[in-house]
Ligand binder design. Structure first.
Ligand code: C2E
Ligand code: MG
Ligand code: MG
Length: 735
């Protein structure tokens, strides 16, 4: 009876899913963010690089433009060729430094011999050119080639220019070379005689500062050719010969990264808040899913357990039984199924109330559970019905031993509310066969055995025996045939045994007796038929049928009254008097013409309903007779408690009158008692003249017996009443 506790997969799954989603979301956001940042930085880098390259180009173009302003000039040709150092300094050399910031200027004659030299604004001996000539002469050579190619064309000569990036004194520099050409016709210059103007601008901090300012590049600087670490943010300076002269590097602006840096606190704050919210939601989710899990577990528990006792219910019981039988088959063992039912549970419910009934069921469950082993199952099938599955049972004896333990548990009184109550229980036992047990079959057999136990006196157990099955089947067959007979209405009929007045001459009434005209069941004594109807819950149906038949007959006959036997069960129905009154009205019979014969057991039960039903019947004018008096407890006290109109002394007393003196004395005493209580007396089963005489002498009120008349068909009785026939001559056996 241990309730399985399940792990909490739902909670776990929910938490895992939410966490996985959160991590995935965060990862995706971070990934996209990083990618976007890198992309922004990459684009920014490309832009910065383009700016720098453009800046360098612009510087080179400016260098050329500035050089052109002096190279195409009549005076420059004239004065250079005349070797006027003064003029060259003021217009071609130091002037270039002062005005444009060019670092070095050389003027070479038509044989590429230096005629003028300037460095950092200082005019020097032209021979210093030799220090720089290796870098410069190849470019000058290109100009000379250009000039030779365009021999004679002044226009081409004026536009000839060569530029390059070169290393001068280990420093990268921009170099521009142009021939000095006249700006007008006033000065003539023969082709091949051109002097050239060489100007050098070092790529230095001053230059990079200019570019940096123009394009807002940060920390622009020149890196030597042999820089160890070349970071991304550099542009190589490459001469026309493809040689790298050095680099211009800058501090790369990373807008993406700086945005991230700036937004970081806010970002972390947002993540922290999200995490907090997530944790909060997760907690709530966990709690909610936990509760859901609990209610799921509860629902599962409720589906398989009885709420009152906590025992397995029928569904779980059936499952356990099936398993037990499968295991028994495998292990070559047997299973005993015990059907346990409390005796008179309804009575306790009726008298002590439903809470006490519930309490009794609970305590019973506890006692049963205490009586079994761990491996056995105790289940509640409903109401006061329990079932026990015993596994590994060897034989019936084994199961009976166990039942002794259970019954012993019930010898202890139950404490219900303030009362101590003794409650017995009946047990039906069915043992599984050696192989191939069917759970339904086993249940049915245990049920039959339980029924037998109850029938045999309660507070006991009964092992199912083979023929019980047959008996039950037969009962079922009879039951369905009886039902059919009651609906068709032609097989069930009544015979009427006349009852005579004290003079044994006058018919004062008749008792209706049940007969079943059935090919087989006709032999069934009415007492058995009634018992069967009671057992199968058909007594109401049968009882009403008899009452209607009898009332109809009485209404059409001159008979003073008709007596009908009623079962105790009929009297337990509160609505009985009302139904009967309606029925009598329907048949047109006054209530005083109906007598009801009840048995002692009715009075013995001492049931409130029965008492009020009897009162109502008598109040309606119906005579109530106590049948078969003397066979039961015959307690005088209940004759006083229940108002009875008539006593019918059982025929077993009447028939001993002739041969047993004490029997006669008892009958005499009974007649006197009735007289004292003002109750009429009928003698049943008067068979001999001697009996009749003795009874007449005792002043018995009424007589009934084969001596006077056997039970007659309705038509026969009518004939007798009409005076057409003599019942005394028609002595016949019961049909
Ligand atoms: P009971 O109410 O005591 O009915 C009298 C029984 O004694 C009848 O048997 C009747 O045939 C029989 N009897 C009458 N005179 C003599 C006699 O001189 N000698 C002998 N040996 N027997 C005599 P029956 O018809 O077999 O009925 C048996 C019992 O079945 C009845 O006993 C009554 O308790 C019950 N019963 C019959 N019909 C009904 C019915 O419609 N409803 C109910 N609830 N019970 C009925
Ligand atoms: Mg009777
Ligand atoms: Mg009787």
């Amino acid at each position: 009876m241990v309730v399985q506790s399940h792990p909490r997969p739902l909670t776990f799954q929910v938490t895992l899913t939410v966490l996985a989603l959160a991590v995935l979301g965060l990862g995706l956001a971070a990934g996209f963010g990083l990618l976007a940042t890198l992309q922004v930085d990459r684009t920014a880098f490309d832009t910065q690089r383009t700016f720098l390259v453009n800046g360098l180009k612009e510087e080179a173009q400016a260098l050329q433009r500035e050089q052109e302003s002096v190279a195409v000039w009549d005076d420059a040709v004239t004065y250079a060729k005349s070797g006027n150092q003064q003029w060259m300094t003021e217009n071609l050399g130091a002037w270039m430094y002062a005005y444009y910031g060019h670092d070095r200027v050389y003027v070479l004659d038509d044989h590429d011999q230096p005629v003028h030299a300037m460095r950092d604004g200082q005019t020097l001996q032209p021979q210093v050119f030799s220090e720089d000539q290796n870098a410069i002469l190849p470019v000058v050579g290109r100009i000379r080639q250009l000039l030779a190619g365009s021999a004679g064309s002044e226009d081409t000569a004026s536009k000839a220019a060569a530029e390059d990036l070169v290393t001068i004194g280990d420093r990268p520099a921009m170099l521009s070379v142009m021939p000095l050409v006249p700006s007008s016709d006033r000065v003539a210059q023969s082709p091949g005689s051109e002097f050239v103007h060489v100007t050098v601008q070092f790529i230095d901090d001053a230059l990079t500062d200019r570019i940096a300012r123009r394009y807002q590049l940060k920390n622009l600087h020149v890196l030597p050719r042999l820089t160890q670490t070349i970071t991304d943010a550099t542009v190589p300076l490459i001469g026309t010969n493809g040689v790298i002269l050095g680099y211009v590097g800058w501090e790369q602006a990373r807008p993406g990264a700086s945005l991230v840096r700036e937004a970081a606190p806010a970002l972390f704050g947002a993540i922290a808040i999200s995490a907090a919210i997530l944790i909060y939601l997760l907690r709530r989710l966990r709690r909610a899913s936990g509760q859901l899990q609990i209610s799921q577990d509860k629902a599962r528990y409720l589906a398989f357990h009885d709420t009152l006792t906590g025992l397995p219910n029928r569904a779980l019981f059936e499952d356990r039984l099936r398993r037990a039988l499968v295991n028994a088959d495998r292990d070559k063992g047997r299973v005993a199924l015990l059907y346990v039912d409390l005796d008179r549970f309804k009575h306790i419910n009726d008298t002590l109330g439903h809470p006490a009934g519930d309490e009794l069921v609970r305590q019973t469950a506890v006692r049963l559970v205490q009586s079994v082993r761990e491996i056995d199952t105790v289940a509640r099938l409903g109401g006061d019905e329990f079932a026990i599955i015993l596994s590994g049972v060897k034989d019936a004896r084994n199961a009976e031993d166990f039942c002794d333990i259970v019954l012993a548990q019930f010898s202890i009184p139950f404490q219900l509310a303030d009362d101590q109550v003794f409650v017995s229980t009946s047990i039906g036992i069915a043992l599984s066969p050696d192989v191939g047990a069917d759970p339904d079959d086993l249940l049915r057999k245990a049920d039959i055995a339980l029924y037998e136990a109850k029938k045999n006196g309660r507070g006991r157990y009964q092992v199912f025996a083979g023929d019980m099955d047959e008996i039950l089947l037969r009962k079922r067959r009879i039951e369905s045939e009886l039902r059919e007979a009651l609906t068709s209405g032609d097989q069930i009929r009544l015979t009427y045994q006349p009852i005579y007045a004290g003079d044994c001459q006058t018919i004062v009434g008749a008792e209706a007796l049940l007969r079943w005209a059935h090919p087989i069941h006709a032999a069934l004594p009415p007492g058995n038929l009634v018992a069967l109807a009671e057992e199968r819950g058909m007594i109401g149906l049968l009882g009403d049928y008899v009452l209607r038949q009898a009332a109809r007959f009485a209404a059409t006959s001159t008979l003073p009254w008709v007596a009908v036997n009623v079962s105790p069960l009929q009297l337990r129905d509160k609505s009985f008097p009302e139904r009967l009154a309606r029925l009598l009205e329907e048949c047109g019979l006054t209530p005083s013409r109906l007598q009801l014969e009840i048995t002692e057991s009715v009075l013995l039960a001492n049931n409130d309903t029965t008492r009020s039903v009897l009162g109502a019947l008598r109040a309606a004018g119906i005579v109530v007779a106590l049948d078969d008096f003397g066979t039961g407890y015959s307690a005088i006290s209940y004759l006083r408690h229940h108002r009875i109109d008539k006593l019918k002394i059982d025929r077993s007393f009447i028939q001993t009158i002739g041969n047993d003196a004490s029997a006669a004395a008892i009958v005499k005493a009974l007649v006197d008692l009735a007289l004292a209580l003002d109750i009429r007396v009928t003698a049943e089963g008067v068979e001999t003249e001697a009996q009749k005489d003795r009874l007449m002498a005792m002043h018995c009120d009424e007589f009934q017996g084969y001596l006077l008349s056997p039970p007659l068909e309705a038509a026969e009785l009518s004939a007798v009443l009409a005076g057409g026939a003599q019942p005394l001559q028609m002595v016949r056996s019961r049909d």
